[in-house]
Structure formats: C-alpha cells, structure tokens
Design a protein. Structure first.
Length: 260
C-alpha cells in the first residue's frame, strides 16, 4: 500500500512537462521521475528517441508518462510540445525548463570572448535561454486561464553566483534566466502562477568532466551533487505547498558559493 502524501506535496491529478529529460543520469529525468512518484503525469522530452526510452521506464514504475521529441531552440517546436502535452493529459500544471547544454567549454579548452564567434554566442543563448523562454511563453496562457501553475527554471551557479574561465556564452545565458524568472514572477503572480530558479553547482551526471569532478570534491560537502538531490529541490518548488514562493532562487551547490 502506497503511503498517503501530505497535501502540500501531493501532485495527484497534475501534469508535469520536463524538458531535457531524456538522459538517464540527468537532472531532467530525475525530476520527471520524482514528480511522477509524487502523483503527476509526466511528459518526457528530448531531441532524440531516448525520450521514449525514459518514458517507458517511468511507465514500468507505474507512472503515467509519454514522450515527445522536439528541438526547443525552435519556437514552433516549443509550442508543439505544450500542445502535445495538453493533447495527452488535458493540461500543463508544471513546467521544468531543464533543456540546455551543461557547458560548451571546459577550463582546458577555454573560449574567451575575444575569440568566440557570433555563431557560438548565438547558439549558447538559444540552447540555454531561448529554449526556456519559448516553452514558458507557450505554457503560460493555459496556466493563467486555469489560475494555477508552477514553472521551475534550471539554471546554474555559473553566471549568477560564480564564474570560471572561458565560457562567456553559457554564463550569460544562465544569468539571464534569473532576470526572466523574476520578470515572469511579477507579471503572473496574481494569476496563481509561480516561477522560480534552481541553480545547481557541480552535478554528477554522465556529461561531467574530470575537472568538474575535482571541483565538486573541493566543495564544503566534499562531492558533487546527484541529479536526485537537485530533483528534490525542483519537486519542492513544483508542489502545492510552495504557493508563496515565487521569483526566487534555490541554490543547490554543497556550499560552494559561500565566501571564505
């Protein structure tokens, strides 16, 4: 017999759309799984057929899930994703904007502003900022009409609290997500829609470089976070009980951004 969830965390009857959720070890899939375990029906998304594999895994666990493949740098694809979610489940209550690229550079291969090409700059912004904007814009009208919604943007401590060498496009895009989050929070609070920003630090995913593992080990906690630990923060902000939290940031970095 499944335990009864407190109302503050019960997502029964809600629908969650989680972008960038096709990687088995990623933050997106961990978030999709946890939201499903809390009762939500889940739309899994990605740019390849891996999204369908992840949806199959969730269904095998008893979670109502389906998948949709979309390149969210395309605004029409973002609108199509929201429409597909509404067609599958009737509505969208929760959006987790996780799609993006963890980082386009590492310290060993810096891409300084003085040599970054126009195309590289534009790609960094489209992958890490525009995709979240396009999905948010598509989902908001339905949320506002129903008087309820939760949007969680997944950013990074990079650009908001910290910086490292040679990745100006990524830092800029992730910092801009904070401004977008705050602006939408002000505009839609009275419509019952909250929007918040989760900013992870070093995370142990399949894409983590050895230098990033080292950096995680140097945090006060002494390791990188797991994707599941970030998902727990996402789930809190997606919950009914987080109704008075909007326009803010949740730092999940093991104390790495603390001074001294």
């Amino acid at each position: 017999m499944s335990p009864v969830l407190p109302a503050a965390f019960d997502l029964t009857g809600q629908v969650a759309l989680v972008t960038g959720s096709s990687s088995e070890r990623g933050i997106g899939f961990a978030s999709a799984r946890l939201l499903g375990q809390l009762g939500a029906s889940v739309m899994v998304t990605g740019t390849t057929g891996r999204a369908s594999e992840r949806a199959d895994e969730l269904r095998a666990e008893g979670i109502a899930a389906t998948a949709h493949i979309a390149d969210l740098m395309d605004p029409d694809a973002a609108r199509g994703l929201v429409a597909a979610t509404e067609a599958a489940f009737g509505k969208v209550d929760i959006v987790v904007n996780n799609a993006g690229l963890a980082s386009v550079n590492i310290p060993e291969r810096p891409n300084l502003v003085t040599v970054m090409t126009d195309d590289e700059w534009a790609l960094a912004l489209r992958r890490n900022l525009d995709s979240a904007f396009f999905v948010t814009r598509a989902a908001l009208p339905g949320m506002a009409e129903r008087g309820y919604g939760r949007i969680i943007n997944v950013g990074s401590t990079a650009g908001v609290l910290t910086a490292y060498t040679g990745d100006v496009g990524y830092h800029t895009a992730k910092a801009a997500m904070l401004g977008m989050t705050r602006s939408v929070a002000v505009d839609f609070a009275k419509d019952g829609v909250t929007i918040n920003l989760v900013i992870p630090g070093w995370i142990a995913t399949a894409a983590q470089y050895p230098s990033e593992v080292e950096a995680g080990n140097a945090t006060p906690i002494g390791r990188s976070a797991t994707a599941a630990e970030v998902a727990a923060g996402v789930a809190f902000l997606a919950a009914p009980g987080a109704s008075y939290v909007t326009g803010t940031t949740l730092v999940i970095d093991g104390g790495n951004s603390l001074g001294g």
